[in-house]
Write a protein that binds this ligand. Structure first.
Ligand code: SF4
Length: 328
């Protein structure tokens, strides 16, 4: 069956992935493969704008690739590769920077936020980040970029940059990407308050052992008003219940919804049930991950092959771009 177009998405190499990554992005990546030609990129160059050391960059890239593959990214269909393996993206970034007003970059809320976060390392890469991101997208003749509502302005920036480039050089070499709004689930961490994230250490990694998963789940904060087992609880404000709704069978969800409100089930029991269901859900993932982990050269081959496929598209785009710019 003919696919509906090409999808591109990238993520920084953050190492082993957690439930927030899985529910917020990876699951969606896997589903999109049915209808679209997908290009998934581990954006290691973007990571350089914020990392203090590159010591763990390779390992983080490898671990992330392992998780993506184990979760169902199919390298025989989709292109899975590492950003720096296609140096053309740096070239396109430079050309696109020539049609990008400086003020537009300095005005971006994301840049201002980064300046606040790392005032001692306001490097050019931080400022040029949206331009490099645009190059990532358009280099592969992307039709569609899946994003949550909050990221839509970034794609609008990319669309405007493409329009400026095409107008300036009187060409149609670059395609304006369309946004595909996806429902990005906001997954709270085990603290039950903040978004799940590695930096807050409130995450549950997919690759934990079943025992480690139980331990982590037991640390989850529940309904804060429920102090004792004999107190009735409110599942509507409890992150454990939110997770049950994703990973547990409907009958169990219904039972907890009723029993929690009349103190018929304790939080420890409730958490252990969730941990068991989560572990069951992750069984195939863990088996596949272990198989890939045992053959690191296979993972490397997949990334290398993905890089070659991505580069072939990139080189064709750059030939058109250079021609449009009349570069000698
Ligand atoms: Fe949350 Fe379950 Fe405890 Fe109710 S019983 S407060 S749903 S952990």
């Amino acid at each position: 069956m003919a696919k509906k177009g090409r999808v591109f998405s990238g993520a920084r190499p953050t190492g082993r992935q957690h439930l927030g990554n899985y529910l917020g992005a990876i699951q969606n990546y896997v589903e999109l493969q049915t209808d679209y030609d997908c290009v998934y990129c581990i954006v290691d160059v973007h990571a350089l704008t914020t990392v203090e050391t590159t010591q763990e960059l390779r390992q983080n890239t490898f671990e992330m690739a392992l998780d993506w593959l184990a979760a169902g990214i199919r390298p025989e269909d989709s292109i899975l590769f590492v950003q720096s393996h296609v140096p053309e993206v740096m070239e396109l970034h430079t050309y696109l920077s020539m049609v990008t007003p400086l003020g537009k970059l300095t005005d971006l809320p994301t840049f201002k936020e980064k300046v606040r976060q790392q005032p001692d390392n306001v490097n050019y890469g931080l400022l040029g980040y949206p331009v490099l991101m645009t190059a990532d997208i358009v280099l592969y003749k992307t039709d569609i970029v899946p994003v949550g509502i909050d990221q839509a302005p970034h794609i609008e920036f990319a669309r405007e940059t493409v329009r400026s480039f095409n107008y300036r050089f009187n060409t149609k070499a670059l395609i304006e990407p369309q946004v595909k709004h996806t429902e990005v689930k906001k997954v709270l961490g085990i603290d039950g308050k903040e978004k799940m994230s590695k930096s807050l250490n409130n995450h549950i990694e997919l690759a934990l052992t079943p025992e480690e998963t139980v331990k982590r789940v037991r640390e989850m904060v529940t309904d804060p008003a429920r102090q004792r087992k004999s107190d009735p609880g409110n599942p509507d404000v409890c992150n454990v219940f939110t997770m049950h709704k994703i990973f547990s069978p409907q009958e169990e969800v219904d039972m907890i919804n009723v029993e929690c409100r009349k103190a018929g089930i304790g939080c420890v029991d409730c958490k252990l049930r969730f941990a068991a269901n989560l572990n069951k859900h992750l069984e195939p993932f863990r088996a596949k991950r272990a198989a890939f982990e045992a053959k690191p050269s296979e993972v490397q081959n997949i990334l290398d092959h993905g890089g070659k496929r991505a580069r072939a598209i990139a080189q064709a785009t750059m030939a058109e771009v250079r021609e449009a710019m009349k570069l000698p």
